[in-house]
Write a protein that binds this ligand. Structure first.
Ligand SMILES: Nc1ncnc2c1ncn2[C@@H]1O[C@H](COP(=O)(O)OP(=O)(O)OP(=O)(O)O)[C@@H](O)[C@H]1O
Ligand SMILES: C[C@H](N)[C@H](N)CCCCCC(=O)O
Ligand SMILES: [Mg+2]
Length: 233
């Protein structure tokens, strides 16, 4: 099974938005079986009937055309909008480290490519004894960094690039996303060039607020080509 790991420069930068978009782009080509995985999800919302749901999970479930069970997309969910081990502790539970990993195994026989969405940013705690960075290092899939378009993103993206590379991982590229509509931010014109120049990486594409992802240099981003079969899993 090939894979890509989707991290972000922060929580709420649009990792889920982009993971769902990448899945839709791949599924539209109808060439490969695609799976989505979120090792743990925290921050539930109550619907009109009073039932809890996790917006990330719903978004990923719908992106996979409702073809896979929600608890395979994310086997561990917690109510509090906190880092997963903290959210788990609030329910007097602990993250199941083994399930973080066996949750991936379920997909192996079923799909050709798995997109794994991280939680928060690269150094977000994921369990009692590991951060997202540790989990992603074990997986060894190339890393896509979702960054916020706008002023401040150069610094956040360069810090994340350094941290990902310090683990010996390949950076597949950066996506600039606009989760909240920007007004009058002149930096958007130069964000991509600056990140490419200083970060020695590619900005694969840009997703403006409420608009579809636009690849930057090519007609389409070859997500399957950027993914690799991990030797370490
Ligand atoms: N390009 C966009 N246009 C419009 N809305 C967006 C866009 N990107 C993200 N959003 C919205 O911004 C919010 C945050 O995005 P998202 O949930 O994808 O962030 P995240 O990085 O996955 O956060 P988390 O750390 O909780 O997983 C969501 O409500 C999402 O629908
Ligand atoms: C609730 C939120 N949307 C995410 N699920 C969890 C983000 C945790 C971030 C922790 C941190 O880095 O400070
Ligand atoms: Mg998310």
């Amino acid at each position: 099974m090939r894979g890509l790991f989707i991290t972000g420069t922060d929580t709420d930068v649009g990792k889920t938005w982009m993971t769902a978009s990448i899945a839709s782009q791949l599924l539209a080509r109808n060439e490969h079986k695609i799976g989505l995985y979120k090792p743990a999800c925290s921050g539930s919302v109550r619907n009109e009937e009073g039932r809890l749901y996790w917006p990330d999970l719903e978004h990923l479930y719908i992106a996979l055309r409702e073809q896979f069970p929600r608890d395979r997309i994310c086997p561990q969910t917690f109510e509090a909008p906190l880092a997963p081990p903290v959210a788990a502790a609030a329910e007097e539970k602990q993250i199941d480290s083994e399930l973080l990993r066996t949750g991936i195994d379920w997909w192996r026989e079923r799909v050709d490519m798995l997109l794994v969405e991280g939680v928060g940013g690269w150094y977000c705690p994921l369990s009692e004894d590991e951060m997202v960075a540790d989990f992603a290092t074990e997986l060894a899939f190339p890393v896509v960094i979702v960054a916020r378009l706008g002023l401040g993103t150069i610094n956040h993206t360069l810090l994340t690039l350094d941290a990902v590379r310090s683990r010996g991982l390949t950076v597949a590229g950066v996506i600039l996303n606009e989760p909240v509509a920007l007004e009058g931010d002149a930096s958007v014109e130069s964000n991509a060039e600056q990140i490419e120049r200083w970060g020695k990486t590619s900005v694969l594409g840009i997703s403006r607020h409420d608009q579809h992802y636009q690849p930057r240099q090519t007609e389409e981003t070859d997500w399957f080509g950027l993914s690799v079969e991990s030797s370490r899993t």
